[in-house]
Design a protein around this ligand. Structure first.
Ligand SMILES: [Zn+2]
Length: 248
C-alpha cells in the first residue's frame, strides 16, 4: 500500500516589499528559513529580524551572562550573510518566555516600527508533528506573533504604544509560520541554499556543542535534507515551506 501523496505547496505571495521575522532564539531562522530570506533580499525586499531572547540559556557549559552577548554576535553575523542588517532583541528570558500581553505588546511595537506586509515566525503548535514536542518558547512567541499582527493595527489595544509615537500598522497581509507540520506554501531554496549553510555556520559555538560532526557538513546535510524533502511537494525543487495565515 502506498501513502497518499500530500498536496503540492503553493508559491508564496510575491507582491510585498517588507517582511519582519519574529522568533524566540538565535538560530531559529537559520534552521530552515534563511534560504528563503536570501532569495527575498536578492530580489530587493527588506527583511528585519526580531528575537525575543539572546539565547543565553542555550549552552550548558557557558553561563548566561557570557552566552547572551556571544550568541547575539553570532546572530548578527548570521543575518548579514543573507542580507539582513536590522536585528533587534526584546530581552525576554530564554527558556521561560511567557505568552501574554507583555510579549504581544513588544511584538506589536516591533511590527509598528517596521511596518511589514509579511510577518514570519516559527511553529507555534505543541509539536513538530507527531510526538516531537516543541519548546514552550517557540509556542509562546509563535502564538504571540500571530496575535500581535492584529494588535499592531488597533490603536486601543496597547494605547501606550501610540503615546510613544508608534502609530497603528494594519498592513500585515500574511503571517507565515516556518517549521509547521501543516505547510501550505513554499519558496524556491536553490539560489539561497549555500548562503543558508554559511548563515547557520555563523552559530558555530552553538553547533560545536550540539554535535561532534564537522560543523560545515552538519549544516549542509541538515539544510539540504530539509529542502529536498520539502521539494518533493514543490515540483522537485529544493524549497522552504511555510504555513500561511492570510489576514483581512
Ligand atoms: Zn529556538
Amino acid at each position: 500500500m502506498t501513502e497518499p501523496t500530500p498536496p503540492q505547496l503553493q508559491p508564496m505571495p510575491e507582491d510585498w516589499q517588507r517582511a519582519l521575522a519574529v522568533v524566540a532564539h538565535p538560530d531559529d531562522l537559520e534552521y530552515g528559513c534563511s534560504a528563503a530570506i536570501a532569495a527575498w533580499t536578492d530580489a530587493g525586499r527588506e527583511v528585519a529580524y526580531v528575537l525575543a531572547t539572546r539565547g543565553e540559556a542555550g549552552i550548558d557549559t557557558l553561563e548566561p551572562a557570557k552566552c547572551g552577548p556571544l550568541r547575539e554576535r553570532e546572530q548578527r553575523a548570521s543575518a548579514a550573510v543573507v542580507g539582513v542588517t536590522a536585528v533587534e532583541f526584546l530581552d525576554h528570558a530564554d527558556g521561560v518566555i511567557e505568552y501574554g500581553t507583555a510579549l504581544r505588546r513588544d511584538i506589536a511595537a516591533a511590527i509598528r516600527r517596521h511596518r511589514p506586509e509579511l510577518v514570519i515566525t516559527l511553529n507555534h503548535r505543541d509539536t513538530w508533528g507527531g510526538v516531537a514536542w516543541n519548546t514552550p518558547d517557540h509556542v509562546a512567541v509563535g502564538r504571540a506573533t500571530l496575535d500581535a499582527a492584529g494588535d499592531a493595527g488597533n490603536r486601543w489595544i496597547f494605547p501606550e504604544l501610540t503615546e510613544q509615537s508608534l502609530e497603528p500598522w494594519d498592513g500585515v497581509r500574511w503571517v507565515a509560520v516556518a517549521g509547521s507540520s501543516s505547510p501550505t506554501h513554499a519558496v524556491d531554496a536553490a539560489a539561497g541554499l549555500d548562503r543558508a549553510v554559511r548563515s547557520l555556520l555563523e552559530h558555530r559555538t552553538y553547533i560545536e556543542v550540539l554535535t561532534d560532526e564537522d560543523p560545515e557538513s552538519y549544516a549542509r546535510r541538515f539544510l539540504t535534507a530539509n529542502a529536498t524533502a520539502t521539494g518533493e511537494r514543490f515540483g522537485g525543487r529544493p524549497a522552504v515551506a511555510f504555513e500561511l495565515f492570510p489576514r483581512g
